[in-house]
Design a protein around this ligand. Structure first.
Ligand SMILES: Cc1cc2nc3c(=O)[nH]c(=O)nc-3n(C[C@H](O)[C@H](O)[C@H](O)COP(=O)(O)O)c2cc1C
Length: 247
């Protein structure tokens, strides 16, 4: 069992999205002891370089019929990143919202792995994914509200990620979301007031967590962890909203 953990925040280990995605990975490891986790930091954290943008050779190769394996540059990186993705049985992506959508380093990863005639192919009906489907968990963090009535911004993050992953064949997507992280003390107080007694496993974050697509109960990987004191319905009920508090 291979788990690919992609992290896109420039804040690295201090990132909210990283904290969320770490929890997902921990829960997956509890379910699949012995699974191998590969961490792919995209944003240049610590002494790791950020994933570069694609280059001219890659762009040319993609628009030519051959589209052969690369010998250097972005083509070679693309081969490696695609191989890493193909090997993964489960993919976990932790990312913040940056300017309404994915951070540029995550876009760069997408540009490297969404590759015509490799991970997807054009058909008269549109582009079709070549990768066998597998579970993908998205752990999304945003300063403002991204979903629901309180959202005051368009969301090009989650719909975009769902669309682009589907284009290469990955449609089994579950989303966990921490929103309103920059909205200050009032929201924090609101969050604390709504938090059920007993359960506050997160250290820093203030905001909302919801798993917005899969209506699961026991199977919800996040609820098992987050809401074990109060039961999973908080998170997995109809469009589920549950807060967590800082301490
Ligand atoms: C360059 C940049 C752009 C941002 N754009 C948005 C945005 O459009 N909408 C939003 O809600 N938050 C935005 N934020 C705030 C982050 O999404 C928020 O701080 C998030 O919690 C960061 O997650 P992280 O700790 O995983 O990096 C932006 C932050 C940065 C640094």
């Amino acid at each position: 069992m291979n788990i690919l953990h992609i992290s896109a925040s420039p804040r690295g280990p201090h990132a909210a999205s990283r904290e969320l995605s770490n929890h997902v990975v921990e829960r997956l490891l509890a379910r699949h002891p012995g699974a191998l986790v590969t961490v792919r930091e995209l944003a240049g954290v610590g002494d790791q370089a950020a994933l570069p943008h694609i280059d001219a050779g890659y762009a040319l190769a993609l628009s030519s019929a051959a589209n052969e394996p690369g010998v250097d540059g972005a083509q070679l990186r693309s081969d490696g990143l695609i191989e890493e993705l193909v090997r993964a049985d489960i993919v976990v992506i932790g990312t913040p919202m940056h300017n309404l959508t994915v951070p540029s380093t995550l876009k760069s990863w997408i540009d490297h792995v969404v590759r015509i005639n490799r991970t997807m192919r054009p058909t008269p009906e549109g582009k079709v994914g070549n990768l066998p489907d597998r579970p993908v968990y998205l752990a999304l963090a945003s300063g403002g509200w991204r979903t629901g009535e309180r959202a005051r911004q368009p969301d090009f993050l989650e719909p975009y990620l769902r669309a682009i992953l589907a284009m290469i064949g990955l449609k089994d997507v579950t989303v966990f979301s921490a929103e309103g992280l920059a909205l200050g003390a009032e929201r924090a107080a609101e969050g604390r007031a709504r938090l059920a007694p007993g359960g506050t496993p997160f250290r820093r974050l203030i905001g909302v967590v919801c798993c917005v697509d899969k209506i699961a109960t026991e199977n919800c990987i996040f609820c098992d962890l987050l809401f074990r004191h109060v039961g999973p319905r908080l998170c997995c009920g109809a469009k589920n909203v549950a807060y967590r508090a800082s301490n």
